[in-house]
Write a protein that binds this ligand. Structure first.
Ligand code: ADE
Length: 420
């Protein structure tokens, strides 16, 4: 059996070019890789990563390998794999890859099982599917894991729930919760790539459109901000009073989804929750409304419900676009089957933000390998030391220098005596 399963190895040359292009915009990861080639901090360590198979992830895998690891990568979403990248990782970089764009659920889980059979000591997840399987069907293997990293908000929520239930079997580093990750990747990465996915799928003009954004976390904020920048009238829906207040004071109209449903031209969910756009919302929408999701799982839009109330469904009226006609004659266009629009119809976040997220992943892996004996089965934050190093390295790569505190200022900040 070959130790890979990809769509077509002949796509490798195109993938290699794109991996190298992304690398140009990942200077921090490149610096880590250069150092690791000499120091080999992951020498002989088996790693299994369940992540979106993109050119940016490819550069992370190449870095782990440069650090001495025996690297396996499988897809964290059936639609996000870039087949050319998967092929190049196998052919040009000797990395074990199990991912095919459009793979069905059975193959998706078969690929996860291959990642477990690799017998990893360190794992990385984007959405916690790999760790979830390790906590159910493959518990014996879970005991052998030194530690694991989680890349996304949804995954951290799942793992914290496991910890709360007292069932977490592996120490976790919540890479998602690092400021060097979520302030940039979640906000600017999701903001840009979500718009990119919508535009590639539909080619609509955003100026003058009413865009309804569900949620006001980092990802939704980024998207709302960018949609406004394109001239859309942005409406935000929320369930959290403080976030709703923030959205209102950031200048967005805030209302319930049931009020937004009849006025929206484009709807995008980024909440991490289920059925945020439900049957009663679909029924109220205008003819031609476009609906998509940029949250991790395909549960935010109730598409099964929409199928039930539709009198006609036309698949792929355009790439990644399905048309549902309701009994009232109105048409609703659903993008990418309700899966992550930014990774399904576009290429995910640009390399420059993934540089920080994946540098954090790499340094967290090194940290786990060095300190695993001290770790408990808990969800940990990324250390301040790692965050500081990454922020400084990124600023340096951007040619930005900043002030430092004078000794007078340090003394002032540490004192309580000087007031009015
Ligand atoms: N998540 C969002 N964008 C991504 C990208 N470009 N690569 C990997 N994971 C991602």
């Amino acid at each position: 059996m070959p130790n890979y399963d990809v769509t077509n190895l002949k796509l490798a040359p195109a993938g290699k070019k794109r991996i190298e292009w992304a690398d140009n915009d990942m200077p921090v990861l490149k610096e880590i890789r250069k150092k690791w080639k000499k120091t080999k901090p992951l020498k002989g360590i088996k790693t299994s990563s369940c992540m979106h198979v993109t050119c940016e992830t490819a550069n992370l895998m190449i870095t782990l390998k440069a650090g001495g690891a025996d690297v396996l990568l499988c897809a964290s979403n059936p639609l996000s794999t870039q087949d050319d990248v998967a092929a190049s990782l196998v052919k040009d970089y000797g990395i074990k890859v199990y991912a095919r764009k459009g793979e069905n659920k059975k193959i998706y889980f078969k690929h996860l099982e291959s990642a477990i059979k690799h017998q990893p000591e360190i794992t990385m997840d984007d959405g916690a599917d790999l760790l979830s399987l390790l906590h159910t069907k493959y518990q014996k293997q879970a005991f052998k894991i030194k530690g694991s990293m989680e890349e996304t908000t949804t995954g951290v929520i799942r793992l914290k729930a496991l910890e709360q239930a007292g069932k977490l079997m592996v120490p976790i580093i919540a890479v998602n919760d690092a400021r060097t990750k979520n302030l940039f990747d979640n906000r600017y990465g999701t903001g840009q790539s979500t718009l990119d996915g919508i535009i590639r799928a539909t080619d609509i003009l955003l100026a003058g459109k009413t865009v309804v954004v569900a949620g006001y976390g980092w990802c939704s904020r980024g998207f709302a901000m960018r949609a406004r920048g394109m001239g859309s009238n942005v409406v935000v829906t929320e369930v959290d009073s403080i976030k709703a207040l923030e959205a209102a004071m950031d200048g967005f109209r805030v209302m319930k989804m049931s009020e937004a449903a009849p006025i929206g031209d484009l709807f995008c969910t980024l909440t991490g929750d289920i059925h945020v756009v439900d049957i009663h919302h679909f029924k109220k929408m205008k003819d031609g409304a476009i609906v998509c999701n940029s949250g991790h799982f395909d549960v935010e839009l109730n598409i099964k419900g929409l199928k039930k109330i539709a009198k006609k469904v036309r698949k792929e009226v355009r790439n990644f676009t399905d048309e549902y006609t309701l009994a009232n004659g109105r048409r609703i266009f659903v993008l990418a089957d309700g899966r992550l629009i930014n990774l399904a119809a576009a290429e995910g976040h640009p390399a420059s933000v993934m540089d920080m997220s994946f540098s954090t992943q790499a340094l967290a892996a090194e940290d786990i390998n060095r300190n695993y004996k001290k770790l408990q089965n808990k969800v940990y934050y990324v250390s301040e030391k790692i965050e500081e190093w990454i922020a400084k390295a990124k600023l340096k790569s951007m040619g930005i220098t900043i002030d430092t505190l004078t000794s007078e200022q340090k003394k002032y900040l540490a004192s309580w005596e000087i007031g009015t």
